[in-house]
Design a protein around this ligand. Structure first.
Ligand code: ZN
Length: 386
């Protein structure tokens, strides 16, 4: 029988306890895990000179076995923790080449309670908040996008501009599949598939909001779509639910009032992503509350166009893949808030369903899926004057 640890300080009711800390190497990456008795909220950011990864966590009670504090594994060269402004702060000293691959909270399973997981991988250190504040034009330039001709310049034939937004990225893995697929990786692969298929038609100029594993704020994504003068914005996601039987694709558009409680919960989940990367909400592209009738009209026009595209998209997808019931739903998604760009959020399916996870990882399935999206884009623009 193991000795029972006695805590000197009574644990405040409801305060999650940290009851274990471990780290392990998996190939080139290093995984850091805290075992917790309850859920926590957290922010992750990096500091340089020396390089550290900092995790600020909602208040916890530290209750680690005394021999469990030293932790030098893989890229982790040191581990400290303490209280900072009433919350928990964890500092990992890392080698200069470490970057945060993902940080997430796992719900209890048969063998484990709540776990906070931080994955480190070799590479450049994740950009800190200052570096993340990139102007949309700089982002576009870095993606090789060229501005449309200025007035007076000879205009090139006008191609429709479609901005595809792979959801999540960088420190934010998004949903996690039954076999460990990160939503952020799937969305990037799927977005590249869609870009290739759209460009193959010769009719579209396609811009990705990100073309690497990097974190972008929701407002960056919206600002990028507006700076690109997008005619259409498609944000790609894949969901996960506790109920592993739920499956099927869904299309979401913006609305102040949600179509149903599940859509509202999904919007809440998708809107929270800025918090985990430790950046503030700065809504450079937010539609201000206004009584300006012209802006209201533009917004209404955009809302109508978004709904029309969503309707076409659900019907072309219905021919190709499995859809959820009520496949077109709406809620207050922040990433859909460009007032002048018709925008939809496409949930490809559920990573929590093993078969659907396998499907989405299958290039042939994605080809069929994204082919249906191209069909919808074609139909949507066919009755709209350039
Ligand atoms: Zn998502």
């Amino acid at each position: 029988m193991a000795a029972v640890a006695v805590t000197a300080v009574p644990v405040a009711a409801g305060t999650p306890e940290v009851v274990g800390v471990r780290a392990g190497e998996n190939g080139e990456s290093t995984r850091f895990v805290l075992d917790l008795t309850d859920a926590v909220t957290f922010e992750v950011f990096t500091l340089h000179n020396p390089d550290r990864v900092v995790v600020d966590m909602s208040r916890v009670q530290w209750n680690l076995p005394s021999d469990n504090h030293r932790l030098e594994t893989g890229m982790i060269e040191g581990f400290r923790y303490g209280e900072f402004e009433g919350e928990a702060r964890i500092v990992l000293d890392v080698g200069t080449s470490a970057q945060v691959r993902a940080a997430f909270l796992l719900e209890p399973s048969a063998d484990f309670g709540y776990r906070f997981v931080l994955d480190l991988e070799p590479g450049r250190v994740a950009p800190d908040v200052e570096e993340a504040l990139i102007e949309p034009e700089a982002l576009l330039a870095s993606l090789g996008w060229e501005r449309p001709p200025l007035p007076g310049e000879k205009p090139a034939p006008r191609k429709r501009i479609v901005v595809i937004d792979p959801g999540h990225g960088g420190v934010d893995p998004g949903a996690i599949g039954t076999s460990g697929t990160f939503e952020k990786d799937l969305t990037l692969t799927a977005a590249r598939d869609l870009k290739r298929l759209l460009e193959a038609t010769g009719d579209y100029h396609v811009v990705l909001t990100r073309d690497s594993d990097e974190f972008l704020r929701l407002s960056d994504r919206v600002a990028l779509a507006r700076a690109a003068e997008a005619d259409l914005f498609i944000s790609i996601h894949a969901d996960a639910l506790d109920d592993s039987s739920v499956r099927g694709a869904g299309v979401y558009t913006l609305s102040e009032t949600a179509s149903d409680s599940e859509a509202a919960a999904l919007a809440d989940k998708e809107n929270k992503v800025d918090i985990i990367a430790g950046v503030d909400f700065i809504n450079v592209a937010y539609a201000p509350v206004t009584t300006n009738i012209l802006i209201d009209l533009a917004q209404r026009e955009t809302t109508n166009s978004s709904s029309q595209f969503a309707t076409v998209l659900t019907s072309t997808l219905n021919e190709a893949v499995r859809l959820r019931g009520n496949a077109h739903r709406f809620a207050g998604f922040r990433v859909l808030k460009a007032p002048d760009v018709p925008s939809v959020l496409l949930e490809m399916g559920f990573l929590s369903n093993a078969e659907e996870e396998r499907n989405m990882l299958d290039p042939a399935f994605r080809e069929r899926f994204m082919g249906a999206v191209v069909d919808a884009v074609d139909i949507y623009f066919s009755d709209r004057a350039p």
